[in-house]
Design a protein around this ligand. Sequence first.
Ligand code: ZN
Ligand code: ZN
Length: 826
Amino acid sequence: MKDVYPFREVEEKWQKTWAERLVFEAADDPRLTKYYCLEMYPYPSGRIHMGHVRNYSIGDVISRFQLMKGLNVLHPIGWDALGMPAENAAIKHGIHPQTWTLDNIAHMKRQLQRLGYCYDWSREVNTCLPEYYKWNQWIFLKMFERGLAFRKKSWVNWCPQCRTVLANEQAAGGVCWRCDAAVEHKEMDHWFLKITAYAKELLDGHKLLEKWPEHVLLMQKNWIGESEGAHISFPLKGSSRTIEVFTTRIDTVFGATFMLLSAEHPLSRELLAGAPEKERRREEMVRAVRAARMKEGAEEAEKEGIDTAKKAVNPFSGEEIPVWIANYVLMDYGTGAVMAVPAHDQRDFEFARKYGLTIRPVIAPAGSPSPEEHPERATEDYGILINSGPYSGMSSSEAMERMAGFAQARGFGRKSLTYRLRDWGISRQRYWGTPIPILYCENCGTVGVPYENLPVELPHDVRFTGEEGSPLEKASEFVNTTCPKCGGRAHRETDTMDTFFDSSWYFFRYTSPHQMDGPFDPAVASYWLPVDLYIGGVEHAILHLIYARFFTKVLRDLGCASIDEPFPHYLAQGMVTKGGAAMSKSRGNVVDPDEMIQEYGADALRLFILFASPPEKEFAWAEDGIEGCFRFLNRVWSIVEEQRDLFAEGASPSIRRDASAGLTLLKKTHQTIRKVSEDIGKRFHLNTAISSIMELYNLIRKEKDSLRPGEEGRVVLRLALESIIVLLAPFTPHIAEELWERTGHRDLLARHPWPAFDPELAKEERVTIVVQVNGKLRDKFEAEAAVGEAEMKERALGLDRIRALIEGRPVRKVICIENRLVNIVV
Ligand SMILES: [Zn+2]
Ligand SMILES: [Zn+2]
């Protein structure tokens, strides 16, 4: 291409200028209207990838736009710098995790700077530095004091490949979230955070998250897994013990003909004392259950039972019922014990059939007076109670209320909620994490490290062998210490924290990153928070986004934070793909951002990654796409250069609304300003904003020669060109800033006020656009005249009728005729 604009010099020049003039430093000034735009911070793996470029370019456009709108914008970045890959590099290549991490950060920081992002680098946060993780330890100790951090022996998910414990969230489906190895179960001492204490609030808080994608809320809801029901205690006959069960169907309690315990239930072993053969079978069952836990669909295993020969008493009827141990009752749901109602629960039904236990119907389906004599399966519907003493004849819902009330009054039960959510296990047997600030003293037991002794720093000189156990265990100078309470001998906890701890509150730290006497300054945090817009991949829907919400509530209860929810607006950006698959090293379809910047410049890369699809949709990489964007920028450059004399004519005179010459271009300019303002500010439709700027460019090209001769025409032409430069500023800030300067402006475009539009001139005519599928008229929609092709396509393909019609069939072609028609060929 001839006359390629000098993007390398231009980009370097403006990056330097912005940095020198501290253009993007946010002021902690409560008199200003703030806007906090946050993107998920990167793990310093070594290189920025296209997923980062997409995520950060979206945030950058919005931040720059809000800045030009006059808001006080906080747009920070940092590093999620602790974690396993650094340690693996240490084991493999003998490089210290800290060296590896800091080198990577230096490189990636340079990459981000070359992309021209408007970060406030004075607030950079790095979680692997003691000045950050000190506050992890502080928060941990506050939680420890309140019983929100606690240690217990427990069965944990263990990844044999990563040689560490995983949270349930990280072992979903029985495989390690990081390396896909099959997860094993191990019993060990382990630190937990009591996230379950906030289960109800995490669920109720969804009401405040209207601006979250529906499917993310649903994933969280399922993860928390609330069910409404009742706890009831069944006395164990001939003992003072009781067995507590949770049931969602207390209305069927008269049909409870036996009880079931999980093989892992603490009572199971006790009840089998003196029955060695049965105890052996129970142990076998425990092993099988644990093995099955690792596979999906484990519930379908053949039902197995062991009769304990003990009886429990139904507190409602006084009936004595046998107690069995069953392989399908799980210890990690409810209480690990259930009242079995075979007539109305299919799994209990199959169990009762197999072992010849009583099946007694207690619910007659609505509209039928009595149940079948010999049913072939359980009926799980609600209905009218029968065989239920004083409750017979009541509806299920009435009986549920009355029974729960009766149980509560008599002290053997209560209405209750139960959750699938488990407490969050945070112990990791690895080096490159925050040391858990706990000591074990021979006299005093478990002792928190005093606040004045924080941080507990990671010892630098340790050996990374890759053998089982944490390298910290062998660092004797670290391990051996004295007790701060009694001065006696003590040893340190060698587990480090799950790195999701770090990312659960980093967005607070950005508000006062250099705070020395607390994790952050509560007053400054309450000015900036909540985050106005949070942008990041949907893969964090149930890990990071639940933990961060949990921490916010804990920090609130500690008196540090004044908000309930950290991210009222979450934008989940879509994946970056190439050739139909996510970009990944193993597929060999990775496009390196550095190479693209080298060849086309950062502006062209940014423009393309934002132009090709709306932020929340998948983005498919295409070489000719970036070339097209690069060509467009060159054309803008050339046309401004060609018309530069217009700008030498002094301040632009005002333009009359009824300007006779150039009215079409004048209107188009105002329409474009309006469209871009709304697309960025209200809808985040960055792609259609860009295409409308391109349309404005096309019209300028078409009209410029006829407009140049007249005075009025020259003014309109100049306004249109100037508008293109300003509107491009959030997307392609370097070229825009350069052209701004070249056209005689003295101020920095990055802080120039966003243009206003004249509503009268910006008004668009409405048109009806018909939608065809394979040439047949199927639907239509209303739009503003001059709606762009990209938007016409998007809206047509988004219509319910059209979606239903083309469901499952690949779209081969979409033909658009301006203001009239979209034809979809499938
Ligand atoms: Zn693993
Ligand atoms: Zn002590």
